[in-house]
Design a protein around this ligand. Structure first.
Ligand code: NAD
Ligand code: MG
Length: 293
């Protein structure tokens, strides 16, 4: 079998200037990101599992949704209503894999929505045994003075409150063998000066995953985090980074390029599967070579 050079295995992302309105769409990304539609091959590693992925319409969440379905899981995705066009593509891919799909539009800043997506998933699939807390809001600001109280609140609500509330609702249904995965970030360890509020939430999510892992391991439920580095998704050009960082995104990693969402899928499949049966409280970096502690 030929060796694949990781520096060139996926296309280099060399984006032109582009600004999308928050939350941004995969549909409008230039260049398009690889979410695994043509590239991810499943091996039955999550046969019969029932998964809920927040922010599963685009980017990393979409890649995880497609991979989970191709590994044999039924998959529910939650997303904001304005992202319906991206969600439709992922729902079609889950169904094409021969699995049940469930679309859950709505705002996770609302407590009721956090409970609703869990209830709907359980009703549709007859249970829930994988939860991926992946939805997040990332809006850059020049300095702490520029972050309004309202903005700060929206970021905390979207990222920390939603993870905490969805997890709490999901736990009512999870039994031994279930798995919870948080999408944290390299920002949890190396915060950018323009992402103070966002980086705080990623540290909090990483920390919550470790505390919860301690609490839930005795019940046979494993909790872990994935730590992405720079991954080409709609989060970045929808006010997630200043333009000069969008156009050079990820190019200063040791591997010399941004990651594609599908390159994260294996980590999420692994952590959810029985192959990770002795792994809890771990933070798994997928960073293009950037060091995580
Ligand atoms: P993305 O924009 O494709 O996904 C984020 C999703 O969050 C959106 O699709 C949206 O559906 C959801 N979301 C945000 N606010 C919401 C709300 N109030 N209610 C419901 N859903 C909401 O971008 P992505 O980069 O794939 O992001 C996925 C995760 O990866 C996020 O947690 C992000 O912090 C993390 N992450 C991304 C990078 C990167 O470089 N792209 C790096 C580190 C961590
Ligand atoms: Mg989206």
């Amino acid at each position: 079998m030929a060796l694949n050079d990781p520096r060139t295995y996926f296309p280099k992302v060399d984006p032109p200037k582009q600004i999308q309105e928050h939350p941004g769409l995969d549909r409008d990304l230039e260049p398009q990101a690889d979410i695994g539609l043509e590239t991810y091959v499943g091996h039955g590693r999550l046969e019969g599992r029932k998964a809920l992925i927040t922010g599963g319409d685009s980017g990393i969440g979409a890649a995880v949704a497609i991979a989970y379905a191709r590994e044999g899981a039924d998959v529910a995705i939650s997303y904001l209503p304005e992202e319906q066009v991206d969600a439709d593509r992922v729902i079609a891919a889950i169904e094409a894999a021969g699995r049940k799909a469930l679309a859950l539009p709505g705002d996770l800043m609302e407590l009721e929505q956090c409970q609703h997506i869990v209830d709907e998933t359980v009703a549709a699939f007859g249970g829930l045994d994988i939860l991926v807390n992946n939805a997040s809001r990332q809006i850059w600001h020049d300095g702490i003075e520029e972050i309004s109280d309202e903005d700060f609140d929206l970021t905390m609500k979207s990222n920390i409150y939603s993870s905490y509330r969805v997890t709490k609702a999901a736990l009512k249904h999870m039994v031994a063998g279930s798995s919870i995965i948080f999408t944290s970030s390299i920002q949890a360890y190396q915060p950018s000066d323009v992402l103070l509020d966002y980086a705080m939430t990623k540290a909090a999510m990483n920390n919550l995953s470790k505390g919860l892992a301690e609490q839930l391991a005795p019940k046979g439920i494993r909790v872990n985090s994935v730590i992405p580095g720079p991954i080409w998704t709609p989060l970045q050009p929808s006010h997630g980074q200043p333009q000069e960082k969008v156009t050079t995104f990820g190019q200063d990693t040791p591997l010399g390029r941004a990651g594609h969402p599908v390159e994260l899928a294996g980590a999420y499949v692994f952590l959810a599967s029985d192959e990770a049966s002795y792994i809890a409280g771990e933070s798994l970096g997928v960073t293009g070579g950037r060091i995580t502690p």
